[in-house]
Design a protein around this ligand. Structure first.
Ligand code: NAD
Ligand code: IPM
Ligand code: MN
Length: 359
């Protein structure tokens, strides 16, 4: 039996609520398939752990996670713990330590999902963001001089290495080539006169290896506008860490909301575990009320199944999500329904069984 060993970091706020549904669904996929299994190991890390121990994860946390095939993460962040501590010492340290340099975020309007965009055909909202995930604006390079003094100065450097830019851009070209899609690079070389000029140069350089791929290059301000006015322009998109962060929340907004947006943090070489997570946060405003939409987590579970070589199951989960969305019977309040997180999870399981009976 092919057993996938998964480290679960449910985390804070709605994290545990949505992860519970994700696990239930992964186990059901394994049960229905019969050819693979999951073994989940739970780690109690997050803001509660921090309040008790002064650390976001165990001291040897990274070493312990290294042994797993993948990490399934809910969300991190809680009132009372500064966000730059909770996120840097858990989520961001995992992305960096495990060289998860690809953050793959689909922005696709599934059948039945709502979009606020008027006059845009649904099928035009269908893109995949390839976000750089280990350096750039998130490199953590800088300093805080004369803290609290009148001459206080803060410096936050963007770090764009040749290796770091080339590998994410090459990954995006390969994806575009494989899927016969266009590739759009989003940058900002008119203002960021070192980092983004370099990024654009590398986009062109690597592009010479892929003459068959149609390319576009936009400034991030114009790209934001086009994502709303004419999203059909975008197919595969490659961009920096911060721009990718911001644009994928915008992407979530046009493709059904935060409750539907998923992401995979990949180490493509599989030297280290990859991490799968909904892209939303811990949503303290709705935590503990059973209102969280688990569908983003289900989508990230679908990405995990793809990654483990079960693409039929990856696809099947998306069909189940679409089926629940189009029926509109069992949806959480963010999608104008009255169902609980758990009821939506159960509805997905029901669909999985139906699809399996149909063969
Ligand atoms: P958020 O994504 O948690 O919430 C933004 C809005 O979207 C809220 O109104 C929330 O209720 C809604 N929302 C989010 N996920 C939802 C879901 N599954 N179902 C229904 N509604 C949902 O962003 P925020 O409020 O800016 O951040 C809250 C905390 O989460 C902060 O501490 C932040 O640093 C952290 N955060 C963590 C991650 C992560 O762990 N990956 C990502 C983003 C933010
Ligand atoms: C995301 C989140 C994180 C990011 C935060 C919580 C550090 O917003 O995964 O989109 O900016 O990458
Ligand atoms: Mn984000």
């Amino acid at each position: 039996m092919n057993t996938h060993k998964i480290a679960v970091i449910a985390g804070d706020g709605i994290g545990p609520e949505v992860i519970q549904e994700g696990i239930k669904i992964l186990n059901e996929a394994a049960r229905l398939d019969g050819g693979f299994a999951f073994e989940f190991t739970h780690f109690p890390w997050g803001c509660e752990y921090y309040k008790e121990t002064g650390r976001m994860m165990a001291e040897d946390g990274i070493d312990r996670l290294r042994e797993f095939d993948a990490i399934f993460l809910g969300a991190v962040g809680a009132p009372g713990v500064p966000d730059h501590i909770s996120l840097w010492d858990l989520l961001l340290v995992i992305r960096k330590s495990f060289d998860q340099y690809i953050n793959l975020r689909p922005v696709k309007l599934l059948r039945g999902a709502p979009t606020p965009l008027k006059d845009v055909p649904a099928e035009e909202i269908d893109m995949v963001f390839v976000r750089e995930n280990t350096e750039g604006e998130y490199a953590g390079s800088g300093s805080w001089l004369y803290k609290g003094k009148p001459n206080e100065v803060v410096i936050q450097n963007g770090v764009f290495s040749r290796v770091g830019c080339e590998r994410v851009i090459r990954y995006a070209y390969e994806l575009a080539k494989e899927q016969k899609k266009s590739l759009t690079s989003i940058s900002k070389a008119n203002a960021l006169n070192y980092s983004m000029v370099f990024w654009d140069q590398i986009f062109e350089e690597v592009g010479r290896e892929f003459p068959e791929v149609e390319t576009h290059s936009y400034l991030v301000d114009a790209a934001s506008m086009f994502m709303v006015k004419d999203p059909g322009r975008f197919e595969i998109v490659v961009t920096s860490n911060l721009f990718g962060d911001i644009l994928t929340d915008l992407g979530a907004a046009i493709a059904g909301g935060m409750g539907l947006a998923a992401g995979a943090n990949l180490n493509p070489e599989r030297k280290f575990p990859s991490m799968f997570e909904p892209i939303h946060g811990s949503a303290p405003d709705i935590a503990g009320q059973g209102k969280a939409n688990p569908l983003a987590t289900v989508w990230s579970a679908s990405q995990m199944l793809d990654f483990f070589g079960h693409p039929t199951w990856g696809e099947r989960l998306l069909q189940c999500i679409e089926s629940v969305l189009t029926e509109k019977k069992t949806l959480t309040p963010d999608l104008s329904g009255t169902a609980t997180t758990e009821e939506v999870g159960d509805a997905i399981i029901e669909k999985m069984r139906e699809f399996s009976r149909m063969g």
